[in-house]
Design a binder for this molecule. Sequence first.
Ligand SMILES: NC(=O)c1ccc[n+]([C@@H]2O[C@H](COP(=O)([O-])OP(=O)(O)OC[C@H]3O[C@@H](n4cnc5c(N)ncnc54)[C@H](OP(=O)(O)O)[C@@H]3O)[C@@H](O)[C@H]2O)c1
Length: 330
Amino acid sequence: MTPSGDQVRFAGLDTPFAPLGVGTWAWGDKSTWGMGGYDATLTEATIAEAWEASIAAGVTLFDTAEVYGGGESERIIGRLLASSGVDRDRLVIATKFMPAPWKLDVGKALRRAALASLDRLGIERIDLYQLHGPVSLRSHRALADALAAVVDEGLVAAVGVSNYSARETESIHAALAQRNVALATNQIELSLLRRRPENVGLLDTCRRLGVVPLAYSPIGQGRLTGKYSAANPPPGNRDFSAHPWEKIDPIVAELRSLGETHDGRTPSQVALRWLIQKGAVPIPGAKNARQAGDNAGALGWALTPDEMDRLDAVALDGTTSLKHRFWQHG
Ligand SMILES: NC(=O)c1ccc[n+]([C@@H]2O[C@H](COP(=O)([O-])OP(=O)(O)OC[C@H]3O[C@@H](n4cnc5c(N)ncnc54)[C@H](OP(=O)(O)O)[C@@H]3O)[C@@H](O)[C@H]2O)c1
């Protein structure tokens, strides 16, 4: 992938796509993102507009999970696929299996979950199927067997993991290779508020193994857009990279300053561009057409090496809380 934003491909999947996706956790979710609750502006109609605007701008990767909105995010995507008339072959639909510790027969549980996701999405094959986090009690070999079985059956094209450390990524990559399946992705929290995966060598490991890092919460759950502040914090239960505002403000100021020298790019666009040039594919959430169009403006231009250095200099490592350490091994 080059800074000019060439197309990306996942190992195991032929469909090329731009190095930017859309995260759909908010679609159908009440508690964190407020649909049907505190955010009265988030409706299925605005979601449909975000979907259309993304695809029109060439952003065709959509990331969901069986747990988002208790399956509602997948159902909404299923309804959009059925009604919007978009060419299914252009899209990359990624979803996730939650490998909860009590799912000891992980092969059976994963296959059942994949079938349920396929049903909610209304599709024949999941383009990218990811393990949601490193929380299973089963070995990487057992998890790899479970993933390889759904690939062999044709239910899934490419496979990935999420929140895996460099060591865990190496290990599951090797276990999958034993089954002739390539590990396509590792979805991790990566942003100017959490550069840790680069600092600890996880991005280098991904590059060496041909694993694409998908960057989640890439605009800090809204904190890097410039619209929130100490006086006006994000609503809802958004606790990823919730650093004190005195640490966030200088980063937003640098994003604004750099954006001004690039035809008035927004802070979000500069924050996403920094990730793309790190070799990651960011998957920002978008609730409406305006946000989707704004985020798509991270494509098609480039930061200079000096500008990348300026952003590196203000980025936070983002060492996580105990709660996050349980989940985010990356
Ligand atoms: N694998 C995992 O464990 C994991 C964990 C977290 C997320 N994810 C994935 O990553 C995706 C993205 O992460 P995220 O949703 O946590 O955070 P994010 O992408 O950093 O922030 C998304 C939120 O920021 C606001 N926003 C988005 N674009 C904007 C723009 N251009 N201008 C102004 N505001 C904008 C919207 O909320 P408001 O308008 O309400 O501010 C939106 O819901 C998720 O949807 C999900 O697919 C995965």
